[in-house]
Design a protein around this ligand. Structure first.
Ligand code: TMP
Length: 194
């Protein structure tokens, strides 16, 4: 699974890794037909009033649908799955940055996924300045518009999560040319999963 704040380059790296491994590439939120409707609600800037708890539950609902419809069936067919965001996003964004509590949000994701945990979580880290620069290039959705402090807390949350679960998480430098970052990812994945 790939995790990271906005502008961390994880979508590009998830795609490159999936291509190299012949894995199923997918993402959250929004990869199923039902999830796409949830994503619409979650990211629409018009929904500025969405409550943090409602946001957490909608993210969990997307995850439940996605696991049942896409991820578990792929694993049962013997496929590897590379997912652009998973439980770690809810822990960093809703649990830490929104202040709902990492343990509470983890429990919600356990319920949503029937405790389907990733083998490896790759956290791509970029500096605050680089993330801000990359985010400025796109029209912000509701989450991206949440402000500099919120996104700083997201990055802090990710750093804490990676530091507390060294068996599952690995933090990598996400700065530099795409192929150099891809090489860092390749080395880590081969060392940890082969
Ligand atoms: P994306 O832009 O990487 O597709 O992700 C959509 C946004 O949703 C992004 O701002 C991160 C956020 N998000 C959460 O807040 N919690 C979650 O559990 C997930 C999967 C995404």
């Amino acid at each position: 699974m790939f995790e990271g704040g906005e502008g961390s380059g994880k979508s590009t790296q998830a795609r490159l890794l999936a291509e190299r491994w012949g894995a199923v590439l997918t993402f959250q939120p929004g990869a199923t037909a039902i999830g796409a409707q949830l994503r619409q609600i979650l990211l629409d800037p018009a929904n500025a009033d969405l409550e943090p708890r409602a946001e957490a539950l909608l993210m969990a609902a997307d995850r439940a649908q996605h696991v049942a419809e896409t991820i578990r069936p792929a694993l049962l067919r013997g496929r590897d799955v590379v997912c652009d965001r998973y439980i770690g996003s809810s822990l960093a964004y809703q649990g830490h940055a929104r202040g709902l509590g990492v343990a509470e949000v983890a429990e919600l994701s356990r319920f949503a996924t029937e405790n389907l945990q990733p083998d490896l979580v790759v956290l791509l880290e970029v500096s605050d300045d680089e993330a801000t620069r990359r985010m400025a290039a796109v029209a912000p959705d509701r989450m991206e518009a949440a402000g500099r402090d919120f996104h700083q807390r997201v990055r802090d949350g990710y750093r804490m999560l990676a530091a507390h679960d060294l068996d599952r998480w690995v933090a990598l430098d996400g700065e530099g040319p795409i192929d150099e970052v891809a090489e860092r990812v390749r080395a880590v994945v081969e060392a940890r999963l082969r």
